[in-house]
Design a protein around this ligand. Structure first.
Ligand SMILES: NC(=O)c1ccc[n+]([C@@H]2O[C@H](COP(=O)([O-])OP(=O)(O)OC[C@H]3O[C@@H](n4cnc5c(N)ncnc54)[C@H](OP(=O)(O)O)[C@@H]3O)[C@@H](O)[C@H]2O)c1
Length: 302
């Protein structure tokens, strides 16, 4: 197994994109080991080295699918960074003791999740651990203590959260420094622009990770929904103006925000990663950003 090189926070926050693994396994295209291997190699060739996992993906199977590749290709481990998440307990045949869906951010659960993820991913360390959702019963001092132990044991290098409110983020960040906040951000979910999450990231100079940056694909697929069609119409006008694809316009829209949003791409296709890289040259104007906002919200701003 590859020893922990303690990748620095600096490397992590200079990534333009992350690759989300949620749809690679049982919850999506069910890639075989050799397909995952080729895909990871292709991502690395395209300078995409950050992979976003969660214990629950594929009903607790996708980390193992990915780990099976790292087992036979241990050379890949040092070329990538692994983020994974814990804290959601799902009803699954792979976790028979969990009778209902719940959130659990106790030390006991975080530590046992990390052990499971290390085993499944066939790695000695996790680059970044995210708390997947806020457990309403969370004790920030207990979590900070857990993070300190995991860091000291060399099992996790950095820590962040996902789907937290600004007050929940502040509560934990005040005790233990978090390196990122992963939230849903796209034209279909613009909440973080208004609820203070992005302001808070700017205040602490933390780059947010945007999950479902393409609205889960909805914004790119043919739709009969009037509100989606309206957004797509505006996107296609900008595609013409910037000589770009719809996916590229959506990424340029996210990148326009000064906080430095890192989209977590949910694709399983290397061609779309190339397209994402090419989108980095597109800089949409302030007014075009608002044209898209207006199309998505269905009204002119106040
Ligand atoms: N923290 C959280 O609570 C949370 C929740 C959900 C997701 N996530 C993370 O965020 C990642 C991304 O989420 P997501 O998968 O919903 O992201 P997404 O990028 O918004 O959607 C991905 C879907 O869009 C399709 N797609 C992408 N580009 C396309 C294009 N140009 N034309 C047509 N279809 C296209 C993909 O299909 P193809 O494979 O064919 O490209 C895939 O089905 C997940 O993998 C996971 O790591 C986190």
């Amino acid at each position: 197994m590859t020893k922990n090189p303690k990748s620095s926070i600096k490397e992590y926050i200079t990534s333009s994109f992350m690759l989300g693994t949620m749809r690679l396994g049982k919850w999506g295209c069910n890639m075989s080991s050799s397909q995952i291997e080729k895909f990871v190699e292709g991502c690395i060739e395209n300078e995409l080295v950050d992979f976003d996992h969660a214990d629950i993906y594929g009903s607790y199977t996708t980390e193992s699918d990915f780990g099976a590749v790292l087992k036979i290709r241990s050379d890949l481990r040092n070329q990538i960074r692994i983020t994974t998440k814990c804290g959601i307990k799902m009803v699954s045949e792979n976790r028979p003791k969990q009778k209902i869906k719940s959130y659990d951010l106790t030390k006991k659960h975080i530590k046992s999740s990390v052990e499971n993820s290390l085993t499944a991913l066939q790695t000695e360390y996790i680059d970044t651990l995210l708390l997947h959702r806020p457990d309403f019963l969370f004790d920030p001092y207990d979590i900070a203590d857990t993070f300190i132990e995991l860091e000291r044991e060399g099992k996790v290098n950095h820590f962040g959260v996902s789907n937290f409110s600004t007050s929940q983020f502040d509560l934990l960040h005040g005790i233990f420094p978090l390196i990122t906040h992963q939230v849903e951000i796209s034209l279909l979910n613009r909440k973080s622009f208004e609820d203070g999450v992005l302001d808070q990231c700017q205040k602490y100079r933390i780059k947010p990770l945007a999950w479902s940056p393409m609205g889960g694909g909805v914004l790119l697929k043919k739709s009969n929904d009037q509100s989606i069609m309206k957004i797509q119409k505006q996107i296609s006008l900008l595609c013409e103006k910037y000589n770009a694809g719809a996916d590229q316009i959506l990424l340029a829209w996210l990148r326009k925000h000064p906080t430095g949003i890192i989209p977590v791409l949910g694709t399983s296709k290397l061609s779309r990663i190339k397209s994402a890289n090419d989108s980095l040259k597109i800089n949409i104007t302030h007014e075009d950003w608002y044209l898209l906002w207006q199309a998505a919200s269905g009204k002119e701003i106040a």
